[in-house]
Design a protein around this ligand. Structure first.
Ligand code: PRX
Length: 572
């Protein structure tokens, strides 16, 4: 049996860098990537590989980035990015940053954000990029967790940084100041040569329990970034590449910065959130050829279909998606209206790079996330860690190791070990099916983690914030199915004595989370209950029961109004 939908065939001549998946997969070896990243002395530096190497190879004058911010436009060559990175790196060194220090970046999607990350890595420190919409609690928790010593931000965003509550943070540098600083005797080469196992970047991500975890990647990940950029993003020298994610998320750093620049692409950096017309204008103006985004964004574009007529989008040759289930409808829409296939990809913060992919040379089965990347073996496991036969639903696991795999969860060995409880496997926490031809179909999460617009939200973090509000006694938070965003955050609360439910009160509670944690984590819906469902023995709130109730309600509503069910469940 195969789980076949209407399939979308491969396009002849579409793939530039990998034309025969089966052949490459048979012979693939992670140690032979066609490019050496490790020097003869066994040392490496990912920032050097990402930018400086191209200048050394004679591509200094090639455009590395185009920056778009409303009406503003800027462009930098690889040489200019290198020089700016060296400047920032020297400022960091002069500020006392040493190898292994955790240095955070809290900036919007600007060239300085990308350059700061590279400068930190160049001098051997660990970069901690923070999503631009974070508020004080989210910022504080992350920097405190790994004892960050320095933060690069700007004079506007610093207002959201509660410096007094972050004892390890000794220095805050403003990009406005770094830019104008003249440095006596800039070092010719500021690169710190490192071991492949040395720390590269730390991304905080949510699970279903506890606070966000610091996922630390090592410099060895650079090979995974490079080869997946080459084969999955299919970058060649004249491409204009645009990834819409902020570097505070792993997609924005790995496939917004490392992978495209390791492959010497010209990238677009767009400052701002989703705006359909702006996005289409940008594609037209810069003749974007490769575009990596997320299902929620594609669904929002689909909803404004009429805009397509107004823009010339013919430059696009390759489109990719990540972060949440990609509905077949969206794939068919892009195929029919834009003449392009959307290539779904599956991976996680912890995996550090693509693991299951739709390669441009291969057939797409809408509803499937694709097949394992060469060098990756996927297993669908039962509760005891045994592999299940094809076409069964089970826990999506991946054979260890591979270069992008995280090095550790900062300061939490137990959480790290939880991913590896079955010997030889990394356990993703997703449930999936694999068909006879190796295509993998996402089913759901196996835990309570929420995925809203591709952003990972931990219910515990939101619940903890909610109960800090004076009116809230208890809280249970779930992801409620939503046709555009995949899921939205919904909170069920009970009120403290003396408080009465009103629209103003609920709005006040919502804003409380929004202003202290982050906009994307604030509940879009809050429901007041007399009592929350709990386990009889431990009294733990039963999120699954809340979720089951909500899902049943939205199905009943959909049937009643004739609205189609979310295709995610209908098509798999
Ligand atoms: O549940 C899966 C979902 O996003 C989770 C990983 O989230 P995060 O670490 O934030 O990384 C997002 C981008 C790398 C996964 O456990 N997910 C990711 N990609 C897909 C997906 N769900 C369905 N289809 C995908 N293509």
């Amino acid at each position: 049996m195969t789980l076949k939908n209407r399939s979308i065939p491969s396009l002849a001549n579409h793939a530039y860098n990998l034309s025969d998946y089966n052949e490459v997969r048979k012979n693939f070896d992670w140690n032979q990537l066609g490019r050496d990243f490790i020097r003869e002395d066994g040392k490496v530096n990912a920032a050097h590989e990402t930018i400086d190497r191209h200048v050394e190879d004679g591509y200094g004058d090639k455009i590395a980035l185009h920056y778009v911010n409303g009406e503003e436009r800027q462009s930098y060559t690889f040489k200019e990015v290198k020089e700016k990175t060296d400047h920032y790196a020297t400022v960091l060194k002069n500020s006392g940053v040493k190898k292994g220090d955790r240095v955070f970046v809290f900036l919007p999607k600007t060239p300085e954000c990308y350059i700061s990350i590279l400068a930190i890595i160049k001098i051997g420190a660990i970069a901690g990029p923070l999503f631009e919409a974070f508020m004080q609690d989210a910022i504080k928790e992350r920097i405190n967790d790994c004892e960050g010593t320095l933060l690069i931000t700007d004079k506007d965003m610093v207002n959201r940084v509660p410096q007094d509550e972050i004892p390890s943070l000794k220095t805050i540098l403003f990009v406005e100041d770094i830019e104008v600083l003249t440095i006596e005797g800039v070092e010719e080469d500021v690169v710190e040569w490192l071991d492949p196992e040395d720390g590269l970047i730390i991304h905080y991500t949510s699970g279903s329990t506890g606070k966000p975890k610091g996922v630390l990647h090592a410099h060895r990940a650079v090979g995974h970034h490079y080869i997946s950029g080459k084969w999955v993003l299919d970058i060649k020298d004249d491409d204009v590449y645009w990834c819409t994610s902020h570097p505070g998320w792993v997609t924005g750093s790995v496939y917004g910065l490392f992978a495209p620049w390791l492959n010497r692409a010209t990238i677009i950096i767009q400052n701002g959130r989703f705006q359909a017309e702006e996005w289409y204008q940008l594609i037209e103006e810069f003749k974007v050829t490769i575009w990596y985004s997320a299902p929620t964004a594609f669904r929002m574009l689909l909803a404004q279909d009429e805009l397509l007529e107004k823009y010339d989008l013919s430059s696009i040759r390759h489109v990719l998606s990540v972060g949440e289930p990609l509905n077949p409808e969206v794939i068919y829409w892009a195929w029919e209206k834009l003449g392009v296939r959307i290539h779904d990809t599956w991976w996680m913060t912890e995996t550090g790079g693509h693991l299951v992919v739709n390669l441009p040379s291969e057939e797409i089965r809408p509803g499937s996330m694709g097949r394992p990347f060469p060098g990756i073996q996927v297993g669908i496991l039962d509760e005891d860690g045994n592999e299940l036969p094809r076409c069964s639903v089970g826990q999506l696991a991946v054979r260890t190791p591979w270069p992008g795999l995280m090095k550790e969860i900062w300061g939490n060995k137990k959480k790290f070990n939880d991913y590896f409880k079955y010997e030889g496997w990394y356990l993703s926490g997703d449930l999936a099916i694999q068909d006879e031809d190796d295509y993998v179909f996402f089913q759901s999460r196996d835990d309570d983690m929420i995925n809203s617009s591709g952003e990972r939200i931990g219910p515990f973090e939101v619940e903890s914030k909610l109960i800090e509000h004076p009116a809230v006694s208890e809280a249970g938070v779930i992801g409620k199915p939503d046709p555009t965003r995949g899921e939205i955050v919904k909170a069920f609360i009970t009120l403290r004595p003396g408080y009465v439910e009103s629209e103003e009160l609920l709005e006040d509670i919502r804003l409380f989370v929004r202003n202290q944690l982050a906009a994307h984590a604030a509940p879009r819906e809050i429901e007041v209950m007399d009592e929350l469902p709990k386990t009889t023995i431990s009294g733990k709130i039963l999120r699954r029961e809340l979720k089951a109730r909500e899902v049943a309600l939205s199905h009943a509503e959909a049937n009643h109004t004739g609205v189609k069910e979310p295709s995610v469940s209908a098509t798999r």
